[in-house]
Ligand binder design. Structure first.
Ligand code: SAM
Ligand code: SF4
Length: 345
């Protein structure tokens, strides 16, 4: 990768019209995935993007550098499945050498985690979020579309990856559990119990209507609030204070637990007022809100000889377009046009 030397004057910050500072960039680094989670992708998958449609590692690093110049201090790699992206160590090397150095995080389905952990550690990743919606092989196989025995084998790999990540010094590990009424809701207590045994953050996330390829199924929506009622069965639950830069999770701890719980209620209670995120899709669209259709195209600039100041202006424009609130509801979902696996969750 060519070393990046050009820089932009640090004049402006990504602040939207409502005064929210957007300092958290989520980069979708690939549209490819080795799973077909029922809420994210259709069973047959989605058409793979032609290679030249996907941003190169250099382009991803360049946009990140410009964004860091505009005040971004946290970058999450996502996808698709980010651990499938060839050249990930090179990208991490570029990102960790940005000034000021951003906090680097990754969200993965965990299948390749044990194998790729040394690369993540060498690349300066501080936090790994592993998406895992069931601890039961048959349910995991059903949710991920793998069937049996592939689902059983995959779950064992994911669990091995989680154990390896927990043993990695200095690495924070979080589990993301999408709540699916009638499918995994009886596992809330089992997931919560993991926080009594391991220093892991288990976060329960509401199922959202995203992506036109996967019609929202309201019958599987489970409001995050119901989680609390169930985990109280395990004992006293204490609220934890929000830390600066914390995301939308309401943080809790079971008495005496080394780990913690998080509840993320995107639909039942909007946390838009504190949203600090901006996203870059694998095709180079800057998307200011996951649940709305607005996007600013960066690829024509990146490939048309635009300088960094022009890229910065495009990012500032995307920030300006961020809506105050999303208007998604459970009863009137309007699936945002994005495909989650190209945009990243
Ligand atoms: N493949 C990686 C993974 O699954 O962790 C990263 C990309 S995935 C799109 C990022 C996150 O989005 C995952 O935690 C996934 O569970 C979440 N997600 C995808 N579709 C969703 C939906 N309809 N509602 C809620 N979360 C969703
Ligand atoms: Fe599942 Fe993530 Fe792949 Fe979507 S991108 S199908 S959530 S593993």
């Amino acid at each position: 990768m060519t070393p990046i030397t050009q820089s932009i004057p640090a004049l402006e910050q990504l602040v939207d019209r409502f005064g929210r500072r957007l300092h958290y960039l989520r980069l979708s680094i690939t549209d490819l995935c080795n799973l077909r989670c029922r809420y994210c992708m259709p069973p047959q998958g989605i058409e793979k993007l032609p290679q030249d449609m996907v941003l190169t590692l250099e382009e991803l690093a360049r946009v990140s550098r410009v964004a860091v110049g505009l005040g971004v201090d946290k970058i999450r790699l996502t996808g698709g499945e980010p651990l499938l992206r060839k050249g990930l160590p090179r990208l991490l090397d570029e990102l960790k050498s940005l000034t000021p150095r951003p906090d680097l995080r990754i969200t993965t389905n965990g299948i390749l985690l044990a194998q790729k952990l040394p690369e993540l550690a060498a690349g300066g990743v501080s936090t790994v979020n592993v998406s895992l919606d069931s601890l039961k092989p048959e349910i995991y196989a059903r949710i991920t579309g793998l069937g049996d025995p592939a689902g059983r084998e995959a779950l064992a790999k994911v669990w091995g990856g989680i154990q390896a990540a927990l043993a990695q010094p200095g690495l924070q590990v979080k589990l993301n559990v999408v709540l699916l009424g009638g499918i995994n809701e009886d596992e809330i207590v089992d997931f919560a119990r993991l926080t009594l045994e391991h220093p892991v953050a288990v976060r329960f996330i509401e199922y959202m209507p995203v992506g036109r390829n996967t019609p929202f199924q309201p019958e599987h929506f489970l409001a995050a609030e119901q989680v609390l009622q169930r985990i109280r069965a395990l004992g006293a639950v204490e609220p934890l204070a929000q830390r600066p830069g914390d995301g939308p999770a309401q943080r809790l701890r079971l008495a005496g637990a080394p780990g913690e719980l998080g509840i993320i209620s995107a639909l039942s209670s909007h946390f838009c007022a504190t949203c600090n995120r901006i996203r870059l899709s694998s095709e180079g669209q800057v998307v200011p809100c996951l649940l709305s259709d607005t996007a600013v195209e960066l690829k024509p600039l990146l490939r048309g000889g635009a300088d960094d100041a022009a890229l910065a202006r495009a990012l500032l424009e995307a920030a300006r377009l961020k809506p105050q609130n999303h208007h998604q509801g459970v009863l009137s979902p309007h699936a945002a046009g994005c495909q989650m696996s190209r945009l990243g969750g």
